[in-house]
Design a protein around this ligand. Structure first.
Ligand SMILES: Cc1cc2nc3c(=O)[nH]c(=O)nc-3n(C[C@H](O)[C@H](O)[C@H](O)COP(=O)(O)O)c2cc1C
Length: 134
């Protein structure tokens, strides 16, 4: 089981926007910025689908995702890979929908993307770059 360390969680929390990479079943890549992000426990990230188009289409046919987060002060960088589930109802969806809407009622909060982290890699420049750490 993958559990992010305290350092990793602190760096993730500093990133207000994260690039979310997906791919279609045939392998066409897509990356889009995401800000409605919540770390849940040590191994799960929630992202709200407000305006996803290709991202959502990709997840429906190929439910995997990659993200990275970076700390400009320490230069530490981590890549996450995960498997996803799309929720449009239920307590998790409702909890995050309500949190997102406190930031602005304009957000449609259409579905919750639950990312279960499966792998973590270093992306800090240097000899450890690319190494699988979790
Ligand atoms: C700073 C920033 C933050 C964003 N955050 C989100 C988000 O949390 N959820 C979302 O659905 N869209 C978000 N968007 C909008 C998507 O990135 C945008 O709609 C993108 O085009 C998605 O399209 P695609 O899925 O076809 O790539 C954000 C855009 C920006 C610029």
């Amino acid at each position: 089981m993958v559990a992010l360390s305290k350092d990793m969680k602190e760096i993730l929390a500093k990133n207000k926007v994260m690039p979310m990479a997906t791919a279609s079943k045939s392998g066409v890549p897509n990356v889009a910025p995401m800000a409605s992000i919540k770390l849940v426990g040590d191994d799960t990230v929630w992202i709200m689908d407000n305006y996803m188009v290709k991202t959502l289409a990709n997840l429906k046919e190929n439910p995997v995702v990659a993200l990275y987060f970076y700390d400009p002060d320490s230069k530490r960088c981590f890549q996450l890979k995960g498997s996803t589930e799309i929720k449009t109802s239920g307590p998790d969806y409702e909890e995050f929908r309500d949190q997102v809407r406190t930031k602005g009622h304009k957000y449609p909060a259409k579905s919750l993307i639950v990312i279960k982290i499966t792998d973590v890699f270093e992306c800090t420049p240097g000899i450890e770059a690319g190494k699988k750490v979790l």
